[in-house]
Design a protein around this ligand. Structure first.
Ligand SMILES: [Fe+2]
Length: 330
């Protein structure tokens, strides 16, 4: 197979008129080999290509062109680099591609934990239990204009780019009242995410995956060198006397470019159904994050999202819904 150039590559992989040929793949440490063809030719594994060991993990823009019979795959990176990847990595890149296709088509995607777990593991995730336990140590959100005392949270900001994840100095969370009529319009200071959580393999994997998903979906003319990325740890508590409202502002947009919501844990709660609306208020989808690692990804410029209140299943026991929210803004 000979490629004529960028246009040919993109037209092969375009979806809905938008090129999505470029997805990001983190090449892990290990026995991988980076193959660099002398000519713009995509070859099969085993063909005579100049070959050199991968020196370090690299964030490469690439597109899976095919799976190979021997359990390996080929990804194409522009310009002129081939990366031989395992069957598992082919599956992961294919999964990311499918999520991107859904976002392009619908403005959102629900990704079940069964698929997300493979993606995150490949991105380096480990010690889910330790990560999840950190939700037991969140401070009360005292800014709730509805008077509610049912939301706990921590907050952190990062810079996210192809060069990696860098934490920014702690800063307030700000939403204009255009996006949050209930609690917006002021700088809200929340407890910082613990360093151990910010550096945790799960969060780092989620952030890298978010970059891999969203950066290629952003038109190149507006794609930033680095994304302003905010991370929120949320716990919504519910009691028989007071349901917990995950989105007390109702159906809304966050005022960013991309949103990723991952369920950490549901403990003794019912409901909490996510609904997605288009700009005209038509329902595009409705689903419930029920399993740890269930994820919703949202094109915030296109669609509104909201979550119904949660209630205890057993009124005699504590009840809460824990989520991780990651937003990317240019
Ligand atoms: Fe939101």
């Amino acid at each position: 197979m000979v490629l004529a150039g960028d246009n040919r590559l993109e037209s092969m992989c375009g979806v809905g008129g938008r090129p999505v040929s470029v997805v990001s793949l983190r090449v892990p440490h290990g026995p991988g080999r980076l193959r660099i063809p002398a000519a713009p030719t995509v070859g099969m594994a085993g063909e005579a290509l100049d070959e050199q060991p991968i020196q370090e993990p690299a964030h490469r823009e690439c597109a899976v062109l095919r799976s190979l019979c021997g359990g390996a795959g080929i990804a194409y990176s522009w310009p002129m680099e081939l990366v031989v990847i395992s069957r598992g990595q082919v599956a992961v890149v294919s999964m990311l591609h499918r999520i991107q296709q859904a976002i392009v088509a619908d403005g959102f995607s629900f990704v079940p934990a069964s698929g997300m777990a493979d993606v995150l593991t490949t991105a380096g995730s480990r010690d889910w239990e330790g990560f999840s336990r950190s939700w037991d140590d969140l401070g009360l959100d005292a800014y709730m204009a509805d008077g509610g005392r049912y939301r706990r949270r921590r907050h952190a900001c990062f810079s996210l780019s192809r060069h990696g994840v860098v934490r920014k100095p702690h800063q307030p969370h700000y939403q204009s009242r255009d996006y949050n009529r209930l609690n917006g319009g002021i700088e809200r200071w929340f407890d910082p995410v613990d360093d151990a959580v910010a550096d945790h393999a799960v969060l780092q994997a989620v952030l890298r995956t978010g970059f891999d998903l969203f950066d290629p979906l952003t038109p190149s003319e507006v794609r930033p060198p680095a994304w302003h990325t905010e991370v929120h740890q949320f716990r919504i508590e519910a009691s028989p006397a007071q349901p917990g409202c995950p989105t007390p502002e109702g159906m809304h947009r966050d005022g960013v470019d991309w949103v990723l919501v991952m369920l950490i844990q549901r403990e003794n709660v019912a409901r909490g159904t996510t609904t997605i609306l288009d700009a005209a208020g038509r329902t595009l989808g409705s689903f419930t994050l029920t399993a740890p690692m269930d994820v919703a990804v949202v094109d915030d410029a296109r669609v509104f999202h909201g979550v119904t209140p949660v209630l205890p299943v057993d009124a005699t026991r504590p009840a809460h819904r824990d989520v991780l929210v990651v937003t990317l803004r240019r």
